[in-house]
Structures are given as structure tokens and as C-alpha cells.
Design a protein around this ligand. Sequence first.
Ligand code: ARG
Length: 459
Amino acid sequence: TATQPWSQRFETALHPAIARFNASISFDINLIEYDITGSQAHSRMLAKVGIISAEEGEMLVNGLEQIRQEYRAGDFNPGIDAEDVHFAVERRLTDLIGDVGKKVHTARSRNDQVATDVRLYLRDQIRKIQTDLRTWQQTLVNKAEQNVETFIPGYTHLQRAQPISLAHHLLAYFEMAQRDWTRLDEIYQRVNVCPLGSGALAGTPHPIDRHYTAELLDFGSVARNSLDGVSDRDFAVEFLCAASLIMVHLSRLSEEVILWSSQEFSFVKLSDRVSTGSSIMPQKKNPDVPELVRGKTGRVFGHLQGLLTIIKGLPLAYNKDMQEDKEGIFDAVVTVRACLEAMTILVEEGIEFQPKRLAEAVAEDFSNATDVADYLASKGVPFREAYQLVGKLVKTCTSEGILLKDLSVERWKTFHPQFEADIVDAIAPAQVVKVRNSYGGTGFDQVRIQVEAAKQLIA
Ligand code: ARG
């Protein structure tokens, strides 16, 4: 439209449908506070080096602050004709303070401006997600602490493998969250680089002080190459990758909770505050929360794939394609934070583990078979030989429809002379878990140590 900053270069106004097609204001309004903060720092720098007067610098900073207040009060609602948040703010600034407003864009381009905005935004969001992760970890530790001596079957191939402590299982998710936290910390370092002052692509003839601007914005360093400064989106890809891994971890636990809450497992009951009913089947109680988390994982992966695809064929430097980075980033942030919150509530007050059923579950199978082999091995029988003998034993029991615990001591001795009365205790679930006291193992004492270590880590 005729009101665009660039309209003098054009004969006719933009086709209204194309104006809508080009505009990003409907979503990049999300960046407004970062845009304002970035412009304020830029204005201060312009005044400091004498490109504008101190008084003009102050007018710009104050005018921008007024826009921030208008926005917070809900009074700043630019339309499609603004094109994007950068034009919207600049236009409003000129409305507010007159011609001085037109000086804010000296020695700057929307290209370095938007790259700066996205980095400022992600810096904030990374810290928020890290805080969410800490809350999530705290919840896992609390649950673990209450369940050191609660059993749960441990699986491989989704076949009963060895009984473990429920706390041990929960702390595995604590470890994943810990890696997610540190991964974000590492990515933060690469997000925390200031591209402002790169100009459109080539720098600027004005005597700017990029290091001063970066300092005002609390950036750790300054982008060394102006072309790279405006066209690098690696940091956003890395963020989406970290977001995807958080979702992977939440989704794996979700899958387990869904299985556990099924009638077939019945390891947990879901509280009414986190489950929903059916419109037709009166008996139903559905695990909507973990299902939604599992489902929402797809869109976060999609945003990662989307951004990789957007940038893979772009010649240097800025291309309008890059405007497409934002919605995915914003949605990934909202989705990850919502899922962390929902899972925290789910584990804190939504899942009621069924200790009795879990104790039965670990006693009603052959998941103590390894311990029979270990029993013989500790008496000098070579492990492989012991393993094969126990295999035969399991086959015999299976054909008779009994479990190892149903064998009498006399019967044990017929399989191998080394079996003695203490085999009965050696294969009880409590014993089987207790003895796995190797570092990082599921033994109760070991798990208590791990609970303490986890608490220390997040303290
Ligand atoms: N709205 C644009 C974006 O998000 C801002 C940068 C526009 N730059 C340009 N040369 N058209 O990418």
C-alpha cells in the first residue's frame, strides 16, 4: 500500500491478497518486546557514537518505551498494512515523536533486526524451558523418593526382563531431562551472539559500535561476519532439535503411562483430574494427557524438519523464505512448555501407582531366571553352562504350568547338585532387586544414593 516505507520506489500499490500473503505481522507481533528492546539499544548506540544527538537518542528510547506500554495495555494492534512488526513499530514511533522517529533505522536493516529479535526471544524462552525442566525433574525425584521399594517389571523388547525399583525407572527420565537442560545451556551460548549492525548483508558505512550495542543487549559476543550474521539460523535449528528431544523423552514416558493404565497392565490408575470419559462407552477413562503429549511430538519434529528444509537451498544472505522460520519456533516453544506442564501435573497428581499389582506382576513370571543362573555362577558353575541349565528349567516349568518359585528344594537339587535351600530366597523379587547394587543399578541402596544425587543436582 501507499503507506509502506518503500512505496516511493513503486508505481502502484500492492495487490491486497499479496499484501496479506507477504505480511508476517499476525505472528511476528510475538517479537514486539524484543524488537523494541533491540531498537532501544541501537538508538543508544547511535547517540553514543554521535550519529544522532543525545537528545534524539533519548526521544527514540522513550518513544519506543511508550509503544511497549501501549502494547502491554492492549492498545497497539497494527493491521496487515504494517507488513511486519519492525515496520509497525517504526511507523508508530514516527507517529508518536515525529521526524526523529525516522532516524531509528539508520545503520540498520530489517535483516539484522529480525535476526536479533529471534535471538533475544529464544534466549528468554530457553531460560523458561530450563526452569520448566527443573520443575519436571523435581516432580520425578519426589515420586522416586516415595517409591524406592516399589517394584515394577523391567522390560526389554516389551517382554518381562528383570524386576526393578520404580524409583529407578522414574530416575531414568530424570537423567533424560538433565541432558535436555544442559543441551539447552550449550545452545544458549550459540544463540547469545549479536548480529545487529550486520546491516542488510554487508555492514554499514556509519561509524557504529557493534560491541556497545551487543553489551547493552547482554549478548555474549558479536557475529563476526555480516553475511553470516543475517542469514544464520543454525541456532534455531539447534533449538528445535533440543525441543524435539524433550518431546521424545516425554513421549516415551507417555507411551508407558498409556500402557500402564490399560486393563492389561493395570500398573497405574489415572486420577479424575487428568482423565476424560467417552461420549458413548460409560465405563471408559481415557489417558488423554499422555496421548496428546505423544501426538504433539509430531508437530515439534515437523518444525525441525521444516526449518532445515527452509534454509537448505538459500543463497546468501537474507531471503524472504526466512520469514517462515518463526511460526515453527513459536509453536515449538508453546508446545514444549505446555507438555512439560501437563506431564508434571500428570506425574505429580495424576498417576496412582498400584504397588500391590506391581508386586504381583514381578512375582508371576520368569524375570528371576537370570538370578538362578547367577546363583550357580557364584558357586563356580561357568555362567554359560548355568544359563543353559536354567533355560531347560524354565522350559520344564512352562510345560508344567508352574513358576520357579513353585519348585521344592528337592526338585531344585534334581536339576543341579549345587542348588540348596537358600535358592528360594535368592529368587524372591525383593532379593533380586536388592542385590543389583552396582553403580547405577537398581539395588535399593544404590537407588537411594541416586535419589540423593539427583536432589543435589537440581538444588
Ligand atoms: N518479516 C521479515 C522476516 O521475518 C523481516 C525481514 C524482512 N527483510 C526483507 N529484506 N524483506 O523475515
